[in-house]
Design a protein around this ligand. Structure first.
Ligand SMILES: Nc1nc2c(ncn2[C@@H]2O[C@H](COP(=O)(O)OP(=O)(O)O)[C@@H](O)[C@H]2O)c(=O)[nH]1
Ligand SMILES: [Mg+2]
Ligand SMILES: [Zn+2]
Length: 369
């Protein structure tokens, strides 16, 4: 007999922030009575803004959480659901992050080979560019791999359509590098395409805008927010020592109930992805590859390569092929840099972290820190 999962009474209102029966079902064993469940709506330096049943609170990590976290990716990201404990009128202590449904990651900027989670538990990712000098299909390609890695299809928005002709060729160019995905013309200024964007964001669904700074992410968000008395200026939270920190990523609720994460422009989008994300993002190349003479064809110097033949015949654009090779090289470099021994150690430590986290959930006596 199929059992229907009902949302516990004391979490009912979290539906507005994306909680649903699926979340309830997958986390039943982790949520002990007395724990608060909340969503991370903003990440600040060392602090978090949490949406809990009784409203907004500042969240801080327990010492134990910090101790158990192996790397930056284990820390709460915007969109995460967390278990917390009340600690004063405006503060909550974060005990753990509930298992993520998905995560949008990049390689940390700089030399470090580390994963940085930009957002978690997202339903739709808008890859945003504009009808101006920002437009670059290679960048869309790169974002597409990132989104596929998170298990989603990118929705490409080309903003500032007021600057373009109706039949601007850039829409078709963007479609060509986003096979299977969608591309829309929008204008935060005139409102063109805004209804389409809203369509992706019904109540309780979470979307995120990715794209370079200057493409109009904040302006578009403001247009979606309409006349709501809400600004898209970053939140500032006091750390109690008189200092203020400014949020990087932040979640907003649209008038119709959809949730949107604004994101500052990422100067560098280094990928944190594997081969399968590349295969999906370049699905037309993957389809061609089935006709290569050798099963392990690298589409390089081999003879009988169907991918290169397609380039020669002009059915696959040469720069698309080169874009593919470049990203593949970047990903294999990333893989080599993640030393296998280190990865084994990583796995082993994660096991013990999960074990400890389970013990932590069970052991309510010790959950104070
Ligand atoms: N022409 C035009 N300009 C826009 C549009 N949307 C945003 N802008 C302008 O683009 C600039 C950058 O916008 P902003 O929202 O700050 O970009 P963000 O860095 O992606 O958040 C601002 O000067 C906006 O007024 C649009 O649809 N059309
Ligand atoms: Mg902005
Ligand atoms: Zn080949």
């Amino acid at each position: 007999m199929k059992r229907t999962i009902k949302i516990a009474k004391d979490r009912e209102d979290l539906r507005n922030w994306g909680w649903n029966p699926a979340w309830e079902a997958s986390t039943q064993k982790l949520i002990e009575p007395g724990y608060l469940v909340g969503r991370v709506t903003a990440v600040l330096r060392g602090q978090f803004l949490l949406r809990l049943l009784d409203g907004e609170r500042t969240g801080e990590l327990t010492g134990r959480f910090r101790h158990l976290a192996l790397n930056a990716a284990a820390f709460p990201a915007v969109g995460d659901w967390v278990l917390a404990q009340e600690a004063g009128p405006e503060l909550a202590l974060i005990l753990g992050v509930l298992p993520r449904r998905n995560k949008l990651s990049r390689k940390e900027a700089g030399q470090e080979i580390q994963e940085q989670v930009l957002a978690a538990n997202v339903d739709v990712v808008f890859v945003m560019t504009a009808f101006d000098e920002d437009f670059n299909v290679r960048r869309i390609e790169r974002y597409a791999v990132m989104v596929r890695q998170a298990g989603m299809e990118p929705v490409v928005l080309i903003n500032k359509s007021d600057l373009a002709q109706v039949d601007d060729a850039r829409v078709a160019e963007a479609r060509d590098v986003n096979p299977g995905g969608t591309v829309h013309r929008v204008s935060a200024r005139t409102g063109e395409g805004l209804d389409l964007v809203r369509f992706y964001l019904p109540a309780g669904k979470t979307g995120i805008f990715l794209g370079s700074s200057g493409v109009g992410k904040s302006t578009l968000l403001n247009s979606l927010l309409g006349d709501e008395i809400q600004t898209t200026t970053p939140v500032r939270v006091s750390d109690g020592k008189g200092r203020h920190t400014t949020s990087t990523r932040q979640m907003f609720m649209l008038p119709a109930g959809g949730l949107v994460i604004d994101n500052p422009g990422l100067r560098e989008i280094q990928l944190w992805a594997d081969e399968s994300a590349l295969t999906e993002a370049f699905s037309e190349i993957s389809s061609l590859a089935r006709f290569c003479r050798y099963g392990d064809c690298t589409h390089g110097p081999e003879s009988g390569c169907a991918v290169k033949e397609a380039v020669e015949k002009g059915t696959l654009p040469g720069d698309r092929y080169e874009g593919y090779l470049k990203l593949r090289k970047e990903l294999s470099y990333l893989q080599r840099k993640q030393d296998p021994a280190e990865q084994a150690e990583h796995k082993r430590r994660w096991k013990s972290i999960h074990r400890a986290a389970r013990a932590l959930y069970r052991d309510r006596e010790k959950n104070g820190g």
